[in-house]
Design a protein around this ligand. Structure first.
Ligand code: NAP
Length: 313
């Protein structure tokens, strides 16, 4: 598995997204949490995936819990190679509240310190400066090893760094062929400042995975405007290009979507998976090399689709 290093943190270029673990909105059922979630985690570790992505909001708490229980059964040496990233909602700037949120995540994950702790979303009522000030004591006391932000603009990311007085090592954002914007904004800054862009929803929550009709869409996706038939119609030309490139390589559309994200330097993708077969397919995408002409076609189709009104949710 290819790795990337930035700001002293080394992770696999494909991580494992775990919003699906215990989250009713995905509609995967209780067996998925009990049986599939631990199986996915164990297989991810076997495949050399070292970045596991979760949040207190997933489940809520159930995703962190199952990760803690499963990773506790790993050999300490295998566990020590992993970066388990989690997130808190900055609901209030008070240090005590953030400290309690971090303590809850540490307890559920069964760890003494959080490897990477993200502010999940910007809060319009709490400045980036206040959020970072409330994290600083956790960093100074060693309870949080690294700080990240999520869904931050470049300006807000830079403001967060200034307020923390230390690197905010990663910004986790929606980044895919359906949401290509970070390629032009966040990635160049991450490259010049040795930071990471962590791409969530990198296979468009399934829309880039070769199911343009949405036949398998269930759970929140059935109601989400981002998955509506009119959106699928607007991205149809992009999906056709993805399919073409996939056929040339004997790859799947999901793999092409991931390989496009990963051709950007200082970038990691964290796809979620419903099955072990999807996870294995996604992990293999780290080794899929697309040529310049293919990347050019995909980028052009992605920005054309993004410029069509109403394409993104
Ligand atoms: N920071 C944030 O605000 C934020 C927001 C969203 C997500 N995230 C994180 O990012 C992770 C990934 O994002 P996401 O789950 O929204 O979207 P995603 O990774 O683009 O989509 C995951 C879904 O796509 C389908 N899929 C995955 N691999 C596939 C393959 N190889 N072939 C066919 N279908 C495949 C599966 O659904 P079906 O098989 O059911 O179609 C899977 O549940 C999350 O788990 C979470 O950790 C963070």
């Amino acid at each position: 598995m290819q790795q990337v290093e930035a700001a002293g943190m080394r992770v696999s270029r494909i991580g494992l997204g775990t919003w699906q673990f215990g989250s009713r909105e995905w509609g995967y059922g209780d067996d998925y949490l009990r049986e599939m979630a631990p199986a996915l985690l164990r297989r991810a570790v076997e495949l050399g995936i070292t970045l596991i992505d979760t949040a207190e909001a997933y489940g809520p708490g159930r995703s962190e819990q199952v990760i803690g229980e499963t990773l506790a059964s790993l050999a300490p040496e295998a566990r020590s190679r992993l970066i388990v990233a989690t997130k808190f909602m900055p609901i209030a700037p008070l240090e005590g509240i953030v400290a309690r949120q971090a303590a809850g995540s540490r307890r559920r994950l069964q760890v003494d310190a959080l490897d990477l702790y993200y502010a999940h979303w910007p809060n319009p009522f709490v400045s980036a400066r206040r959020v970072m000030q409330s994290l600083r004591p956790l960093v100074e006391s060693g309870l949080v090893r690294r700080v990240g932000v999520s869904n931050y603009s470049l300006e807000a990311w830079q403001a967060a760094e200034a307020a923390l007085g230390a690197p905010v090592v990663a910004n986790q954002v929606r980044f895919s062929l359906i949401a290509p914007g970070p390629a032009r904004t966040l990635v160049p800054w991450a490259v010049s400042h040795h930071r990471l862009v962590v791409a969530y929803s990198p296979v468009g929550q399934g829309m880039l995975a070769g199911d343009p009709a949405g036949a398998t869409v269930r759970g929140f996706r059935a109601l989400n405007p981002g998955h509506a038939a009119r959106v699928r119609a607007r991205i149809a030309p992009l999906i056709a290009v993805v399919g073409d490139v996939a056929r040339t390589h004997g790859a799947t559309p999901a793999q092409v979507a991931l390989a496009w994200v990963l051709h950007h330097p200082n970038t990691v993708a964290i796809p979620g998976a419903r099955t072990v077969a999807q996870l294995e397919e996604n992990a293999a995408a780290a080794d899929l090399a697309l040529d310049d002409a293919e990347l050019g076609r995909l980028t052009q189709a992605a920005f054309e689709a993004a410029d069509r009104p109403g394409t993104t949710s």
